[in-house]
Write a protein of this length. Sequence first.
Length: 136
Amino acid sequence: MKQLIDILHGEGLTLVVKSADGTLYRYTQRGVKDLLTLVTTAPEVLRDALIADKAVGKAAAACMAAGGVQHVHADVMSEPALALLQAHGIKVEYGQLVDHIINRAGTGWCPMEQLSRDIDDPIAIIQKIKEFFNSH
């Protein structure tokens, strides 16, 4: 896991995934888009993967849980994300635990955290994320 965290920080990435076969995937988009793409188009990459992420909210956690991720490190993780990951037997570590992920403007809840707030089923959360992106 240390290798992934070093790559995340050293290369200024937002997400690093090490698949079960040892392949490293590097991502730079903010938010949940890269995880959503992975879980919907290449779920085999997430199955038993190790992940280092800058920030993990509940929506990102839903993508990880649905994908069958094995271990997650987040620099910042929300309490709802932690609860969801633990409920799915995923090993978790984080730098900072927060009540919720804030939006980019710093003025309130992240929209993804808001839309997943009252849903516990990862597949239902992923559907809500897709609906959000399709309508924006």
